[in-house]
Design a protein around this ligand. Structure first.
Ligand SMILES: C[C@](O)(C(=O)O)[C@H](CC(=O)O)C(=O)O
Length: 286
């Protein structure tokens, strides 16, 4: 089923953040229906840096291609600002589509951007964003969804965000993402204003501007997709901190062994037996 068809279902689509082959494989095996390739998660893990526009389109496209090799699930990819003007956004659509993306999220911040939950964001004019959306629609060769995000709540206020969102839908956005609503009331107003026009996406960032709600609650409010983009990195970072501290202190892995896979455990998780069997099938000996 295409992502567009899946979004016609009244059941909310829950997409976890991923940033490499391992997280894509584990999220796929866990049973999710779609994945979210988070720009923030790539910045946090590959660069060890904040989500402030340092990651390049090529780094994201490389990551997208590795993930597409590892999973058949549809992947929503973060295209940040499109990495420049409308022509850059156009090229980002071409590059990400080629790498295997099923949906691109583009936002109306200036370039370089910053995480939607950080202070001091600034925006391009709505007309420029409308041009980017149209340029991306013009460039696409497949049924790739354009998810238009506005960061206006924190910069120009809630009403301006609603106004921009309407313009982006008119420009051809397939999905609407209003970043960082501050409470349930704002989430509800977004749903009341736009439900039925295009699918609505909610973004759950642990400790961010929006209170965390469950997928079921967001579905009741009227949302169609929910992403938890950086949660996996926050979970793994905490585990890694404890692991390194424990290894340094004790000089051994033993005290941590109940919190980690052993050799066989990891091989099972990443599908080593299946890969070795596949190799045998094609090795010309059997
Ligand atoms: C959705 C987001 O653009 C992302 O890169 O995943 C980020 C999430 C985050 O910083 O944790 C965002 O700007 O909300």
């Amino acid at each position: 089923m295409t992502l567009r068809a899946r979004l016609k279902s009244p059941r909310i689509l829950l997409a976890p953040g991923v940033y490499d082959g391992l997280t894509a494989a584990l999220a796929t095996d866990a049973g999710f229906e779609a994945l979210y390739l988070s720009g923030a998660a790539v910045a946090y893990t590959r660069l060890g840096r904040p989500d402030i526009g340092l990651t390049t389109a090529s780094e994201m496209a490389d990551t997208m291609a590795l993930i597409a090799d590892r999973t058949d699930l549809p992947v929503i990819i973060d295209a940040d600002t499109g990495f420049g003007n409308a022509l850059n956004a156009r090229r980002t659509m071409q590059t990400y589509e080629r790498a295997g993306a099923h949906a691109l999220q583009v936002e109306d911040q200036t370039y370089p951007k910053r995480c939607g939950h950080l202070a001091d964001k600034s925006l391009i004019l709505p007309a420029e964003m409308v041009g980017k959306i149209a340029a991306m629609a013009d460039a696409r060769r497949h049924d790739t969804l354009i998810i238009a995000r506005t960061d206006a709540i924190a910069v120009e206020g809630f009403d301006a965000a609603i106004d921009r969102a309407g313009q982006y839908i008119d420009a051809g956005a397939d999905v609407l993402f209003i970043e960082a609503p501050r409470d349930r009331d704002e989430l509800t107003k977004i749903a009341q204003t736009f439900a039925g026009r295009v699918p609505l996406l909610a973004n759950m960032v642990e400790g961010g501007a929006t209170p965390i709600s469950s997928a079921a609650t967001l579905q009741d409010i009227g949302f169609d997709i929910v992403i938890f983009p950086g949660g996996i990195v926050r979970a793994l970072a905490k585990t890694a901190e404890s692991y390194y501290a424990s290894l340094l202190k004790s000089g051994s892995n033993k005290p941590f062994s109940d919190r980690m896979h052993d050799f066989d455990g990891l091989n099972t998780a990443i599908g080593t037996p299946e890969m070795l069997a596949l190799g045998k099938r094609f090795d010309g000996k059997s």
